[in-house]
Design a protein around this ligand. Structure first.
Ligand code: MN
Length: 213
């Protein structure tokens, strides 16, 4: 339809000497330490606060969601669900406005606690996305039984859509897989009108990327 469906909160670091840093330059370092927890909490707070502001600025029939990326270390936090629940309550944000994204690899690091966390989040009304789908090492059978809302097709497949026949077959298959499982599907990294046309032809419902932003 071309209508706006949601946003993804992406972190950047405005460094006093080095300028604007890409997440590629600091996320891996943060992930090696526990700083990734504090960083995720900060992004979560900012995302909830921004979503609440937009909700008050736009007509009530404008529905949108804001997605926050949840790294493996945060996903296994025992008080994850309480923290998420407290954040949305604190910002008076209805749960359906927040989405959490986690990678297959993040989930597979500790499948048991991830599965428990996902079930609790789903009860809370917070929907979840599997990020970078198709690039991690995971069991499809396991993923198929998780209470998630959407699969996100990795940008690596999307960027090759019009160039690589095999990658476009993978996109077609992931879209079919998602739909057969009753899940939504979101293409990441849509940058050209041609990629958008391909995705539409493959019946992919949602897309994100520089083409839209
Ligand atoms: Mn993401």
């Amino acid at each position: 339809t071309g209508l706006l469906a949601g946003f993804e909160a992406l972190v950047r670091w405005q460094h006093p000497e080095l300028g604007l840093l890409s997440p590629l330059e600091f996320i891996p370092v943060a992930e090696q330490s526990n700083l990734i927890i504090a960083l995720t909490q900060a992004v979560l707070q900012e995302a909830c606060s921004q979503a609440r502001l937009w909700k008050s600025q736009f007509p009530p029939d404008f529905h949108f969601s804001i997605s926050v990326n949840v790294p493996a270390k945060y996903l296994t936090k025992p008080d994850l669900v309480q923290e998420i629940s407290a954040s949305i309550a604190e910002h008076d944000l209805p749960a359906e406005y927040l989405r959490l994204e986690m990678t297959e690899s993040g989930i597979m690091e500790d499948p048991e606690s991830a599965s428990t966390a996902l079930a609790h989040l789903s009860e809370l009304g917070v929907k979840t996305h599997i990020d970078d789908f198709g690039t991690g090492y995971s069991s499809l059978n396991y993923l198929a039984n998780l209470p998630v809302h959407a699969l996100k097709i990795d940008r690596d497949f999307v960027s090759q859509l019009d160039l690589d026949e095999r990658k476009s077959m993978i996109v077609r298959s992931v879209v079919a897989l998602a739909h057969n499982l009753g899940l939504k599907v979101i293409a990441e990294g849509v940058e050209t009108p041609r990629q958008l046309d391909y995705l539409k032809a493959l019946k992919c419902q949602y897309g994100q990327g520089y083409l839209f932003s």
